[in-house]
Design a protein around this ligand. Structure first.
Ligand SMILES: Cc1ncc(COP(=O)(O)O)c(C=O)c1O
Length: 389
């Protein structure tokens, strides 16, 4: 065992040695600007284009359908603002879900201030969006639908095929274009993603969730999709994302995705085993503990559990003292604990929502670590409950 136990891999992951090694030459010796015309600059350009090809092959798109960004947040923002502005002559209605990451929700809220109309679809108790609700929400003015593939807090995986199908059917009968965007930040590397088969227009991803570097991500933009840039300048990335490219990180991202893709089977097998071991033992040994999210349609590496009568923060502090890193679903804003918008959207009682902890795994975690976590967590929850009475 390391001197700490890292169970927060949905927040970020440790960069892999092979990924780091692939990046170093682009920081040390091959530092040319990819926009420079001499051969030294063109070597950097080639490294970017090779990386784009590698990523495109894995998600089954054309290389020029991928735009590199600074990460998932920027990709979500570009997808939402960029397509809303490009499509505004056709309509002003956007549909998303109430459990999206804030990068999507806050972008939509900003657009509402500018006169766009946004519907935030409800989810069921497992965090699933109903294709029927989506169908009913589509109007002749709808231009964009944004629904995440898998949720970052509870791990629930959406029924993407049916959600996209509903949009395609409605768009054809209404004779208008509706772009479908999905935030795939937590699904990339864990689920098979084939953008062509999915018939999706826009897909966001990020490298640091798959053992790649932080501050690099991408947006798949299906050829022909209307899109306006958010950044203006040198016109890099097909005029859609100006700024000198982060060559080393782009190379690292491609390497990380290649590794994640080749190890996906092992990753899912190992993580789901650890996830189930932790879940079953907590639910059995700690009274008043409840699993959040879908029992089966969920990511292999995320589990979210609520503990009745205790808040998430003191549990996290206790875990930290025991050398265990996890995260809580509640966020501290202006001195008060706000329960997670995701858990509230699933209809969870706010009392249970503020007492939720997310554990997220990597294949480097071990069964021995899980045993230790369950032991420490049982003590922490018991002590906190005793203190509260
Ligand atoms: C679902 C989801 N979308 C977007 C993001 C933001 O990605 P980034 O940290 O690369 O900006 C995250 C990160 O936590 C996420 O989990």
């Amino acid at each position: 065992m390391d001197d700490y136990i890292y169970l927060d891999n949905a927040a970020t992951t440790k960069i892999k040695k092979k990924v780091l090694d692939s990046m170093v030459p682009h920081l040390e010796s091959n530092f040319g600007n990819p926009s420079s015309l001499y051969s030294f600059g063109q070597e950097s350009r080639n490294s970017i284009e090779e990386s784009r090809e590698k990523i495109a092959k894995i998600i089954n798109c054309r290389p020029n359908e991928i735009i590199f960004t600074s990460g998932g947040t920027e990709s979500d923002n570009l997808a939402i603002f960029g397509s809303a502005y490009a499509m505004k002559e056709f309509g002003n209605h956007i549909i998303t879900s109430s459990i999206e990451h804030h990068a999507v929700l806050h972008a939509c809220e900003e657009l509402e201030k500018e006169g766009f109309k946004v519907d935030y679809l409800p989810v069921d108790k497992f965090g699933l969006v109903s294709p029927k609700d989506l169908k009913n929400a589509i109007k002749p003015t709808t231009i964009l639908v944004s629904i995440m593939m898998a949720n970052n807090e509870i791990g629930t995986i959406q029924d993407m095929n049916n959600l996209i199908k509903v949009v395609r059917e409605k768009q054809n009968s209404n004779n208008n274009i509706i772009l479908f965007h999905s935030d795939a930040v937590q699904s990339l590397g864990k689920m098979e993603i084939n953008v062509k088969n999915m018939d999706i227009d826009l897909l966001s991803f990020s490298a640091h969730k798959i053992n790649g570097p932080k501050g690099i991500g991408g947006l798949f933009i299906k050829r022909g999709s209307p899109m306006k840039p958010m950044f203006f300048g040198g016109g890099q990335e097909k005029q859609l994302r100006s700024g000198t490219e982060n060559v080393a990180s782009i190379v690292g991202f491609a390497e990380a995705l290649l590794l994640a893709d080749s190890e996906r089977g092992y990753f899912n097998e190992k993580c789901s085993k650890l996830r189930d071991q932790l879940t079953n033992r907590i639910l059995k040994l700690i009274p008043g503990s409840f699993l959040n999210g879908h029992p089966t349609d969920r990511l292999s590496n995320i589990v979210n559990i609520s503990f009745d009568g205790v808040e998430g923060e003191p549990i996290l502090v206790g875990l930290d003292f025991a050398g265990i890193y996890a995260s809580s679903g509640s966020a501290c804003s202006s001195g008060s604990l706000d329960p997670s918008h995701v858990l509230i959207a699933t209809g969870l009682n706010p009392r249970l929502a503020v007492g939720s902890i997310r554990f997220s795994f990597s294949p480097s975690n071990s069964e021995e670590e899980i045993d230790y976590v369950v032991k420490e967590l049982s003590k922490i929850v018991k002590n906190l409950r005793e203190m509260a009475t």
